[in-house]
Design a protein around this ligand. Structure first.
Ligand SMILES: Cc1cc2nc3c(=O)[nH]c(=O)nc-3n(C[C@H](O)[C@H](O)[C@H](O)COP(=O)(O)O)c2cc1C
Length: 225
């Protein structure tokens, strides 16, 4: 029997175009509280969510957009992807990228078009709300996993209240700007951003769906016969 949860999970996808409807603070607090319901090793509850709208978001966006436009080298503070991407992973990355660019009519060789789309990461895709997710720099890999669960819970809770969102790893390329803008202490590491708001359901970029691996490609089962 399909459940509400199944429906929410099936509906959720990364939203990269938004209406300008504001999202109120109580709703965002509810989503952050939902995120904190995620389990974590020893209940350490790692990570923080810094929620921005209005001028604080606009100023941060313009600083990030300017850095990207100037070609400022990334000051990545942690590695997101493996240094050497195996061909199977490259293939998945390409497929997701092509689906995104195809939805926008950006040809595979249209470098300027792709750059322009990439730059939108730094405008939080013009969402009314942007979230900066951080973690204590000393935390281990397990704590990053815990924070990932909190982020997923946030994304599903957003879907549950009719909001769309996307993670923005690209924000971590300019962690020092985010640090400066939010006045973060040195021990806080910028993990990613999240854009959130009402999905613009008519925007072409919100029409495609990414693929997933078949069950047997990522699972093994034993002892069931
Ligand atoms: C932590 C995180 C960071 C992400 N960073 C970006 C990003 O910088 N730019 C972007 O367009 N999408 C980003 N995404 C969205 C992924 O590309 C997307 O989740 C993936 O292709 C699967 O598609 P779906 O979310 O529509 O199911 C990010 C997703 C997550 C969870």
């Amino acid at each position: 029997m399909p459940t509400d949860f199944d429906a929410i999970l099936a509906r959720r996808r990364s939203v990269r175009a938004f209406t300008q409807d504001p999202v109120d603070r109580p709703t965002l607090e509810r989503l952050c509280q939902a995120a904190r319901r995620a389990p974590s090793g020893a209940n350490l509850q790692p990570g923080k969510f810094h929620v921005l709208t209005g001028a604080p978001l606009a100023t941060l966006s313009s600083r990030l957009v300017a850095a990207n436009a100037r070609g400022t080298p990334a000051d990545l503070e942690y590695s997101y992807f493996p240094e050497k991407m195996a061909p199977a992973l490259k293939d998945r990355q390409r497929k997701a990228g092509f689906a995104l660019y195809e939805s926008l009519g950006i040809a595979r060789r249209d470098v300027a078009g792709r750059r322009a789309q990439f730059a939108k990461n730094y405008r939080f895709f013009d969402a009314p709300v942007g979230v900066i997710v951080t973690i204590d720099r000393d935390m281990g890999k397990g704590c990053f996993m815990d924070l990932g669960m909190a982020i997923m819970t946030f994304l599903l809770a957003a879907e549950n209240v009719g909001l769309g969102a996307t993670g923005i790893g690209a924000i971590a390329n300019y962690g020092s700007i985010v640090h400066d803008h939010l006045g973060l202490p040195d021990d806080e590491l910028v993990v990613c951003g999240i854009a959130i708001g009402m999905a613009d359901e008519n925007a072409p970029v919100n029409q495609f769906r990414t693929e997933r691996l078949p069950l047997d490609a990522f699972t093994t089962f034993a002892g069931f016969d």
